[in-house]
Design a protein around this ligand. Structure first.
Ligand code: CMP
Length: 145
């Protein structure tokens, strides 16, 4: 069953976009949509609204708004799980111990600067794809909020 997920290259890994796309396509994903943009703080807070209230929320949203990101809509069989497997553990430090060939091990630094994002559920994938690719007024989409 073909499925869609949302990948995002974060500001710390933007210089590795070519190599990350190579990992993505050589792992059998189809790139359905892709855009580069810079989110403001409000948009970053909207994108990560499910983490609102967590201790790392402010650090996370400031980092995401600090530079350009590349949002990528991926299609593959079992895309959500497969993309998260390719990403590796959330912390790049842990990833280097447990999954040295993963994207976060190769291109990230720590728990905040961890190179890439991946949707954590089918509902998140749907909302995050809407956020980047359906709304012309990014972050203001009524469906998303
Ligand atoms: P991401 O896949 O983008 O989804 C939520 C992000 O929150 C996650 O990657 C990390 O970058 C960040 N995050 C999760 N847990 C922590 C934590 N304990 N400390 C700092 N950042 C975190």
């Amino acid at each position: 069953l073909q499925e869609t997920t949302l990948a995002m290259i974060k500001p710390d890994a933007i210089q590795h976009t070519g190599k990350i796309l190579e990992c993505i396509t050589s792992s059998g994903f189809i790139v359905k949509n892709m855009r580069m943009c810079q989110l403001n703080i409000t948009q970053a807070e909207t994108f990560y609204q499910c983490h609102k209230g967590k201790p790392f929320f402010s650090c996370l949203t400031q980092f995401i708004a600090s530079g350009p990101v590349v949002a990528i809509e991926l299609v593959a069989e079992n895309a959500l799980c497969r993309w998260r497997l390719l990403l590796g553990p959330t912390s790049s430090e842990v990833a280097r111990m447990k999954a040295p060939s993963s994207i976060r091990a190769q291109f990230g630094t720590d728990c905040t600067m961890n190179a890439c994002h991946g949707s954590d559920s089918h509902e998140s994938a749907r909302l995050e794809t809407l956020f980047f690719f359906t709304c012309t007024n990014m972050g203001m989409c009524a469906k998303f909020i």
